[in-house]
Design a protein around this ligand. Structure first.
Ligand SMILES: Cc1cc2nc3c(=O)[nH]c(=O)nc-3n(C[C@H](O)[C@H](O)[C@H](O)COP(=O)(O)OP(=O)(O)OC[C@H]3O[C@@H](n4cnc5c(N)ncnc54)[C@H](O)[C@@H]3O)c2cc1C
Length: 456
């Protein structure tokens, strides 16, 4: 196998909280993955992608972590079948660039391109089109899974082992290591989006506009301002978009409409003081951001990179949260439970929670993955400094509100919830365990998240 430092390496998620040490190996082929699984030590094995899950999902204290980012190779587009076959360690950055050049786009992308195909399937990621297209799992035509039993399995949504397929979507790497996947692709004519933007003045206006108009667009998302006071709390900037055609572009861009402009990211400073992001600095950012957005604009051509992945413009932005790191709290509550959504937003606002990245979205139908997060309802994602006084108590109170409203937390973002809470939020957990035990009877696959939440 490629370079394999025997010394344990400290790993964290994107939130940079709760580091744990593991031996890291970098398999370059499915055969090397199988060997690593066969040689698992007593503390188990886990696949890791680009480490963009926020909490402890891609860590395995004392065990072996398979850094899958070298599981790469050719990307095979089959235009006739409308699908692409891709090694699981390939990043969305590379996949998107490859597809756009040929007039296609990924069926679903999360808010960063810095994820691997394997990590995206393991979290069953959703994007701004969830209300229209569901999550990534709905577009996986097949996947190859290396199981701890030594088998290499090809899984499809309605093939022989559809149950294991479902268990793997959102299964957080605990059913095996995905080594390759075939995904449906979306034909596009340009690498631009046709974007409509609206500013809203209150939370009621935000919810109302989203409810009325989401269905008119393939992609929608709303940035909300929780630090605004009084009736302005929850005011937002709503962007809704569809893929642009050549006629939507200014003449200068029509000459090369598929040219992908991702740009080179700026680097965040390597160190930031604790407390840099507080209610003053973030409040000021929010006011400037909102002020810069048009009250109402129609049909703006925005490059795909800017529309889907604005955060990728600053490399290592998570370091701005200082040495204590950040917690992302993302939940979904069913439609009809708007009271709970509003109570949590008001709670965050009262606490002066300095989140400059508060994103509200409406989700559609799920994929049926046992541990897959999305379900119809409102999802809110808030980034919070991990050192915020009283944070743990406040989030536990929100967990209780979520439980009462039949809501749930997103495992790919979580690093703090307790086992009982998550078990109640994921009623398919016992069924998932049964499927898992079939492919991992000796409990080889493990993660810090799985241990903390007693998933196994
Ligand atoms: C800025 C930002 C924006 C984001 N926006 C969104 C969003 O809009 N929607 C959304 O759904 N998520 C979003 N995420 C979360 C992110 O998409 C997921 O956490 C994704 O799983 C990260 O992929 P990764 O390759 O970094 O995997 P890692 O974080 O390294 O691992 C995540 C999980 O995948 C498993 N895994 C990794 N590779 C494999 C493999 N080959 N086989 C089996 N299991 C594997 C790991 O064991 C772990 O459980 C965002 C994250 C960031 C930092």
């Amino acid at each position: 196998m490629a370079s394999q430092p025997e010394r344990p390496v400290l790993l964290t998620g994107w939130g940079r909280t709760a580091p744990t040490a593991a031996r890291v190996v970098r398999p370059r082929s499915a055969a090397q993955v199988a060997r690593a699984l066969a040689e698992a030590g007593p503390r188990g094995v886990l696949a890791r992608g680009l480490g963009r899950s926020y909490g402890d999902a891609a860590q395995a204290a004392g065990g072996t972590v398979l850094d899958c980012t070298e599981l790469t190779g050719p990307i095979r587009l089959d235009a006739d079948r409308g699908e692409v076959t891709v090694p699981a360690g390939v990043s969305f950055e590379r996949l998107i660039a490859h597809l756009l050049e040929r007039g296609y786009f990924v069926p679903v992308t999360p808010g960063t391109r810095q994820v691997t195909v394997g990590g995206a399937i393991a979290a069953d990621v959703h994007g701004k089109n969830h209300h229209a297209d569901s999550s990534l799992g709905a577009h996986v035509r097949s996947l190859t899974l290396a199981a701890p039993t030594g088998e290499t399995l090809t899984l499809t949504p309605d093939g022989g082992d559809a149950e294991l397929f479902r268990a793997t979507l959102g299964g957080m790497g605990l059913t095996g290591v995905v080594t390759e996947a075939t995904l449906a692709v979306l034909p596009v004519e340009t690498s631009y989006m046709r974007v409509d933007t609206d500013r809203t003045d209150s939370l009621d206006a935000t919810l109302d506009l989203m409810s009325r108009t989401d269905a008119d667009y393939r992609y929608t998302v709303c940035w909300v301002d929780l630090l605004a006071k009084g009736s302005a709390m929850g005011r937002g900037v709503l962007t809704r978009a569809d893929h642009a055609g050549p006629r939507d572009l200014p003449p200068a861009l029509r000459r090369d409409p598929l040219r992908h402009r991702a740009g080179s990211p700026l680097a965040a400073p390597p160190w930031a003081p604790p407390g840099l992001l507080n209610s003053w600095t973030v409040g000021a950012f929010n006011a400037v951001y909102r002020g810069a957005a048009p009250r109402r604009r129609r049909g703006e051509a925005q490059p795909i990179a800017g529309f889907f992945h604005p955060l990728d413009a600053v490399r290592g932005w998570n370091r701005l949260y200082g040495p204590h790191g950040l917690v992302q709290y993302q939940f979904v509550v069913p439609f009809g439970a708007e009271d709970t959504l509003v109570r949590i937003m008001e709670g965050l606002s009262r606490a002066g929670a300095p989140s400059f990245l508060t994103v509200l979205k409406r989700l559609g139908e799920g994929t049926g993955g046992h541990l897959s997060f999305p379900r119809p309802g409102w999802t809110l994602a808030v980034d919070l400094p991990a050192g915020l006084p009283g944070l743990g108590r406040m989030l536990r109170r929100f967990d209780e509100l979520l439980l009462a409203a039949d809501g749930r937390l997103y495992l790919a973002k979580d690093g703090r919830a307790d086992a009982e809470t998550v078990h109640a939020m994921y009623p398919d957990l016992p069924a998932w365990r049964k499927v898992r035990e079939r492919v991992d009877p000796d409990g080889v696959l493990v993660s810090d998240l799985a241990r903390r939440l007693r998933l196994l």
